[in-house]
Design a protein around this ligand. Sequence first.
Ligand code: C2E
Ligand code: MG
Ligand code: MG
Length: 604
Amino acid sequence: MACPQLVDATSAALIEAAASLDAQKLIEHARKLATLNTRFEVALNNIARGLSMFDAEGRLIICNGLYREIYGLPDELTEPGTPFSRIIAYQAAKDGSANTAEDLRRQQLWVTEHAAELQYGKIFTHTHNLPDGRIILVTVQPLEDGGWVDIQEDVTEATLARERITWLARHCPLTEIPNRFHLRERLEEALQCLGSHEKLAVHLVDLDYFKQVNDTLGHAAGDAVLKAVAKRMLATLRENDAVGRVGGDEFAIIQRGISGPEDAARLAERLVKTLNAPYRVLGSNAAIGASIGIAIAPDHGVDSDTLLRKADMALYRMKTCGRGRSYVYRTEDEAVALERMELRSALRDALKNRQLGLHYQPIVDVKAGTVTACEALMRWQHPSLGMVPPSTFIPIAETSGLILPMGEWALHQACHDAAGWRSDIKVAVNLSAVQFDQSDLAISVQRALDASGLDAERLEVEITETALLKCEARTIETLGRLRALGVRLVLDDFGTGFASLNYLRNFAFDKIKIDQSFINEMADRRDCMAIVGAVTGLARTLGIGPVAEGVEELEQLEGVTVAGCQEMQGFYFSQPVPAVEVEAAVAACVSRLAHVSSAGLSAS
Ligand code: C2E
Ligand code: MG
Ligand code: MG
């Protein structure tokens, strides 16, 4: 629109030439005017915006091609002089309006409002949502003579991108359900609307064995399972309820309109059942489970933070007493959680402040009368709590990830200590499932061996049967790599985890340690005695050395010996002792073994 002055000037020159009847000039100015008009037209039709100009009476003066295109206007509506109101009516009809009296009134109102806005003489904008989904931003520039210029810009892409960004900030793109942030918003809204006699429940759902799906079937399968989980949850919930993905394999549900914890427990039960059903993903079958922690408003709190925290405590509590069920928060869980938190931060300091130590317990061969190995058992000397047992701190170390540096430290320390012992005594180090899962264990072990100079054959690594069952694929691979290093593999606590006999064949263990619970009850229960005998026989057939754990008394020693097992460990021979006392403990064991032998027991 920069041209009108030029057009005006050329027109004026044309008129002047006409007045003076100078034909030559007349032709020249007419040509100039035609050229200018063409350029103007080209410019108008090549700007990347729709453009139209109306006069003070609301009649179209001019518009460009894009304007026509945006609104799909027929030629007769783009003729100069077409009333603005007709163009609006045409658009309204295309929108699907029936042009009823009400529609017409609304269109009229729109035109009047538009006119009123023009009165201010300032640029204003409005957005048209076209029926085909396009979004058009219209900028209206009032003109001094009362008319106006409209500029139309197609902002569909930019608007959708903006909407997508806003959506992404509040949803999980994979499952398309609310994320942690949005779910918290929903919870806050629900809490604000909670009537004086109403209750709601917050369920925190943790998927069991999801990691294994990821590890064994790959991340694409893991993603497919997560999507299926979200779908199954949505199908189980009522419209009023909400679900969000609040962590990798953690979901939260807001259940509204319940009358008490029984309603929440019922939903949780249904959820556990539907999530437990097998998943068919990318041509494979996947199995996962779900554990659920529940907190109820207003009973357990009236704000989102408190409720989510308490649901988390309940979930933790659930997981410590098994998985695959639901548990409603109770006040006493607070103390457990607090203790866990305090211990966790103290444990972090313990590692830094060298409060952790290794004690060693001899493992003996009763028949040979020798000590074959010493097992490294971690000890935590807490400044005020005293000696914290591994059964308390190892699970905390495992859930907090601290087990990785702790385990690495134990490996190095044990190899270092053992390098100073007689070369016929091996050292056994306990390894957690988390170490098999998350660290490059074979590399850590090699480093510990290199740093200490200990022969690989003198290192035994113990993995519990339960840990073995938990993380199959990666564990198998790691066990293979450890074996390739020459390290000996020991299956710990055998009989507690229901490992199938196949495991014993496939993993090529060098030793199986029969869990102390069987030795404990051997005297009272004949089946324990039978089990010890059977495991010993089986181990021998497979060429694996059996070891009996927890031998405390002479009768147990006798029983184990009768069952055919000659390697043993237990308080009867020695308590676990600090590194500096290992030599003395070994000597004491040997003299005790000599005593046993002279009493004729080892020969039986
Ligand atoms: P474990 O590997 O089965 O170790 C044997 C446990 O039985 C030790 O308990 C030991 O002190 C105890 N014990 C030995 N002889 C007897 C006996 O005659 N009677 C009784 N009642 N108990 C006996 P501790 O030291 O409390 O360790 C418990 C568990 O903690 C270990 O069981 C092991 O699973 C875990 N643990 C210990 N140290 C470590 C470590 O460095 N890393 C990992 N990942 N776990 C460890
Ligand atoms: Mg052990
Ligand atoms: Mg054990």
